[in-house]
Design a protein around this ligand. Structure first.
Ligand code: BMA
Length: 335
């Protein structure tokens, strides 16, 4: 018999240079840190506040199985979190019936033009998951716009500025034929159109075959929008959620310049491998250090806790230059 002390921990044999570095304090937040009774906390949106502190808007799953959002604030983005003593944003099914089974997986975009944070999140309706949007200045009061993308759709974030006069939203509608990333445009954040396929899930044996989705909001760099996305591999023992990276044109974000062939981050640590859902790393937010290069990536681990890994814009762009290939060619090759 294997006692807990003898529990086998898999030691990854990584013959590649890790691009993301896990924080030694991981997991940085879990249910035991919460000021009220919950089942689990994971998949947090992230942003820097005006005073330089970090805010995480965490998905909290209660013991009914339904999720709400709760804010946690920290000066250094690692520890000493001040967690709201009660839920920050609860589902409100009376006014917004689409939130009947909870709200999940927020992404936060600070929009300088509006001087507000735009939060996009999954609203779990009777018809399946859809996308809702809310605006806030302080993460205490929110202006809800309701559903902006009907089910089945999720994994959404807004770009922080207009593209050619229109707001741009990345999202992941799902059909029986696959789950790919799309981009849509709006004059007012309420009415969305000009829908375009932005990045396709590959097929066959690839790590990102059949189902992909945006992870945190895209990062604007001098060379393009740097986009982390998750790929879901279905295996006989469940799904494997891993992270990939691609680069898109600044003024035409539906155009992919480079896409990495291999995943760059996957479940390896114990808290990523085992939890309510095994083998999941699921980033929904990042913050950028004042150097404009260091990325703090916040991710849900095994649907049970929140963890932090660091990387840098320069490292990812160098890696894409060496390991990325042109999406258009790849799509053709793959048919
Ligand atoms: C996805 C989302 C995430 C979750 C992941 C793994 O479909 O629902 O919220 O972390 O599955 O369970």
């Amino acid at each position: 018999m294997t006692t807990p002390a003898q529990k086998l921990v898999s030691t990854p044999t990584t013959h590649y240079e890790p691009l993301l570095h896990r924080h030694p304090a991981n997991p940085i937040l879990s249910s035991k840190d919460w000021p009220y009774s919950i089942n689990s906390v994971f998949n947090a949106g992230a942003t820097l506040l005006a005073d330089g502190s970090t805010l995480l808007l965490c998905r909290v799953e209660d013991r009914r199985g339904l999720s709400h959002l709760c804010a946690a604030r920290s000066q250094n983005g690692v520890d000493a979190w001040q967690i709201d003593s009660k839920p920050t944003l609860m589902p409100s099914p009376k006014e917004y019936p689409e939130e009947i089974w909870g709200i999940e997986d927020p992404r936060i975009t600070f929009v300088p033009e509006l001087q507000q944070y735009v939060v996009t999140y999954t609203s779990y309706s009777r018809a399946g998951p859809g996308v809702s949007l809310a605006l806030t200045k302080d993460f205490r009061t929110f202006e809800r716009y309701g559903v902006i993308m009907p089910p089945d759709d999720k994994d959404t974030a807004l770009l922080p500025r207009r593209i050619d006069g229109y707001w741009a939203l990345i999202h992941r509608p799902m059909t029986k034929l696959g789950a790919h990333m799309w981009i849509s445009y709006s004059p007012d954040l309420r009415h969305w159109g000009r829908h375009r396929l932005m990045l396709e899930a590959r097929r066959g044996g690839w790590w990102d075959a059949n189902k992909i989705g945006l992870s945190p909001p895209p990062i604007e760099t001098s060379r393009g929008w740097l986009v982390f996305y998750h790929g879901v591999r279905h295996t006989p023992s469940g799904c494997l959620y891993r992270l990939g990276v691609a680069l898109f044109e600044l003024e035409n974000p539906e155009k992919c310049f480079l896409r990495g062939d291999s995943w760059i981050f996957g479940p390896e640590a114990e808290y990523e491998r085992h939890g309510d859902v095994d083998d999941v790393v699921f980033p929904c937010g990042y913050t950028m250090n004042p150097d404009g290069d260091t990325i703090n990536l916040y991710y849900g681990a095994a649907d049970c806790s929140i963890a932090l890994a660091r990387t840098s814009v320069r490292t990812l762009l160098d890696w894409l230059d060496k390991n990325g290939c042109c999406e258009r060619r790849q799509r053709a090759d793959d048919v």
